[in-house]
Design a protein around this ligand. Structure first.
Ligand code: PMP
Length: 462
């Protein structure tokens, strides 16, 4: 199938360098940068501007869950656009959003049964935080607004959601609502303090959590926001029963637990939601995006507990307005495609993911044989290969060696797109990947790492 091309690739690159501002640019090349041009997608593959076919290693950005070029999804978007392309959610509603809200509620844990739709993940997290602020204002406790967040976190690019981010560099040159955020340690067992066992590290994290609440005061803390697995921080899987313990502490202190499932929901860990099914927790709010439409349409949202809704309805301020809504909240095309996407997940993709995930993890784990690799970790169909200069000290390779980007460049030559993160490579392919495609992916990644080791040795920097 031909891609919809209006100009040739060389022109596209020249125009990008003149007119397109890329996400996450650096000042020195802002507005003057072209990136790898992707022309087409098909299943787990994408094709770059030179016509080279690549395995879509990061599934776009953790999102092309059921794979590219799904005719069923394209058809449903066409049909919905022809039936109703848009309606204002201010004072009207459409059927797909109502049906989707019910379907999502049926999969959500505990009493989470009310859905608010947004345009993506940042707006989902932003909505959850603004909801928390509104809730506490209506409940007559306007001082209960601070937000607990952790190192390694990524929650978005809007002002408040970005203020929670905890990855190195994200906030170096950016402002944010720092006065509203209390930061905690990253729950990263690989980077735990020297001398602590993983069990002792779990206790360290829990104690830090409790002591922070005691120091700041539960009456001032409105929410804890956390990813079940810190995705963009490098697929950080917290130790043992840490998440369950944090959840209980939040409950005991009347702090909303917001589980940011923008990456983990809609199949990445083999379930519609991972909070309960994988980690055994029932949050107060779950945020989602990405996989809800497998990236075919920008859609996100939050699922909120019935209890919180009931508290508002029973409050002394029945006229207080949640002054928050987006032009594209409950977008009919997004909701229609999400419904079809959910059919595909339920009809086989979730079961397939659960089946291939152990193979995916075990094959990738073998890369720990390579001396550049400090750790391979992951869960479901998300994993991270973390490179180190020295395995003993776990010293990460320095930024100027951009080891993740070097591996990505070699893998690109060999037919695999990798998501480089400083000294790490993230792998989260479309969920429809087969075992033999996993073999292809891992053998290219191995070769890419080997070539990178050769380069580093040749340059005398490793
Ligand atoms: N939360 C998490 C956990 C994410 O990984 C992301 C995006 N990578 C976001 C929120 C923000 O989502 P979006 O980019 O769709 O605004």
């Amino acid at each position: 199938m031909a891609a919809l091309r209006q100009i040739d690739d060389a022109d596209t690159i020249a125009l990008a360098e003149r007119h397109l501002v890329q996400p996450w640019p650096v000042a020195g090349s802002i507005g003057a940068e072209a990136r790898t041009l992707i022309g087409e997608g098909d299943g787990i593959y994408i094709t770059d501007g030179d016509g080279k076919r690549l395995i879509d290693g990061p599934a776009g950005m953790w999102c092309t869950n059921v794979g590219h070029r799904r005719a069923e999804l394209a058809q449903v978007m066409y049909d919905q656009a022809m039936a109703l392309s848009y309606n204002t959610p201010w004072y009207t509603m459409n059927e797909p959003s109502v049906v989707l809200a019910e379907r999502i509620a049926s999969h959500a844990p505990g009493d989470l049964d009310h859905v608010f739709f947004t345009t993506g993940g940042s707006s989902a997290v932003e909505s959850a935080l603004r909801f928390m602020q509104f809730y506490n204002n209506v409940r007559g406790r306007p001082e209960k607004k601070l937000i607990l967040s952790r190192g390694g976190a990524y929650h978005g690019s809007t002002y408040l959601s970005a203020s929670l981010n905890g990855r190195p560099r994200d906030l170096d040159w950016m402002d944010g609502a720092k006065e509203l955020v209390v930061k905690l340690s990253a729950p990263d067992p690989f980077r735990r303090p020297a001398g602590l066992s993983v069990e002792a590290f779990e206790q360290f994290l829990v104690t830090e959590f409790e002591e922070t609440i005691a120091r700041v005061g539960a009456e001032r803390i409105g929410a804890f926001v956390g990813e079940p697995v810190q995705a963009s921080g490098g697929v950080i899987v917290a130790p043992g029963s840490y998440l369950k313990r944090i959840r209980e502490i939040c409950r005991a202190n009347d702090i909303m637990y917001v589980s940011d499932e923008v990456v983990t929901a809609f199949g990445r860990l083999g379930h519609v939601f991972a909070s309960k099914d994988v980690f055994g927790i029932e949050p107060d709010i779950i945020t989602f995006a990405k996989g809800v439409t497998s990236g075919y349409f920008p859609l996100g949202g939050m699922v909120v507990s019935a209890r919180l809704m009931e508290d508002l309805r029973k409050s002394n301020h029945p006229d207080a307005m949640f002054g928050h809504g987006l032009t594209y909240s409950s977008h009919p095309i997004g909701c229609a495609v999400a419904l079809k996407n959910l059919d595909l997940l339920e009809e086989g993709v979730l079961a397939h993911t659960r089946k291939v995930a152990p193979y995916f993890q075990s094959q990738l784990k073998k890369l720990e044989e390579l001396p550049l690799v400090g750790e391979v970790r992951g869960v479901g169909l998300m994993a991270c290969v973390e490179c180190v200069a020295d395995r003993e000290s776990r010293n990460p390779l320095q930024l100027d060696k951009a080891v993740g980007a070097r591996i990505d460049a070699h893998c690109h030559e060999l037919g695999l797109l990798v998501r480089p993160l400083i000294n790490m490579c993230v792998m989260s392919p479309p969920l429809i990947i087969t075992e033999s495609q996993i073999d292809d992916m891992v053998s290219i990644l191995r070769e890419g790492i080997c070539r990178t080791m050769d380069d580093l040795r040749r340059e005398g920097v490793w």
